[in-house]
Design a protein around this ligand. Structure first.
Ligand code: SF4
Length: 232
């Protein structure tokens, strides 16, 4: 049901491990739209992990300075690329243990890469996935990592990849942190949240249309990065 409502892949599913890991590292605490806007320039300048590994931090800085914490992220990307070249032949590693050793890569980023690029059963849990699955009553946890552990026990392997995709979108557009939009929620009847907000606002049609516009625009940006002309 949720996949029908939110059919697009995750915004940082960028077609290969290099692009995906770079995109997810940059998207930490930053809007996907902002990251997708700068990625064509970044990948044009550094089409491969090897290219990124020999770039200076200042050169990376210049390409990503429009987002928050850009200098820290540039340092992480530089170190990450060097490690991938030194230890993994210029490839992104394909195990959780190796991925989380890379600078800027935590379990969430690693899970996105594993699920999207290597087909490894894993569930990336960010604040959206944590909040939504707790409200739904799927888990009862305090921290995202506890949520990940709990979800890995109850979600069937074949839909693990979708879990992050659909709950990030549900959390971003519908199950908002403050007042959720339960009035438009496709899983409202199966939700355990006690304070459901079932009254549609006067501008409900505009809200729904705006979500569709944002998703459409995000997907166009994602496709341009994943399959754009700069692709090597
Ligand atoms: S019904 Fe409300 S609280 Fe439950 S998942 Fe949907 S938006 Fe969130």
């Amino acid at each position: 049901m949720l996949k029908t409502r939110f059919p697009n892949p995750g915004a940082m599913e960028l077609g290969d491990p290099y692009r995906t890991v770079v995109g997810v590292v940059l998207s930490a605490r930053t809007r996907d739209e902002q990251v997708l806007r700068l990625l064509p320039g970044l990948f044009a300048a550094f089409p491969t992990m090897e290219d990124l590994s020999v770039a200076t931090v200042a050169e990376i800085d210049k390409r990503i300075s429009t987002i928050g914490m850009y200098h820290q992220k540039a340092k992480h990307l530089s170190q990450l690329a060097k490690l991938c070249v030194e230890r993994h032949g210029g490839l992104v590693p394909s195990t959780m243990g190796e991925l989380v050793e890379l600078p800027g890569v935590g379990r969430k980023t690693a899970s996105v890469v594993l699920a999207c690029c290597f087909g490894t059963p894993s569930i990336a849990v960010d604040t959206h996935v944590h909040r939504v699955t707790n409200r739904l009553g799927w888990v009862k946890t305090k921290m995202p990592q506890q949520t990940e552990t709990a979800l890995l026990k109850i979600v069937p392997t074949k839909v693990m990849r979708l879990t992050n995709q659909v709950f990030v979108k549900l959390g971003r557009y519908v199950c908002l942190p403050g007042k959720p939009r339960c009035w438009m929620c496709p899983v409202q009847k199966d939700c355990a949240f006690k304070k459901q907000n079932l009254v549609a606002p006067k501008d409900a049609d505009e809200v729904v249309a705006d979500i569709a516009r944002r998703e459409d625009s995000l997907e166009k940006q994602r496709l341009a990065v994943a399959y754009g002309k700069h692709r090597s």
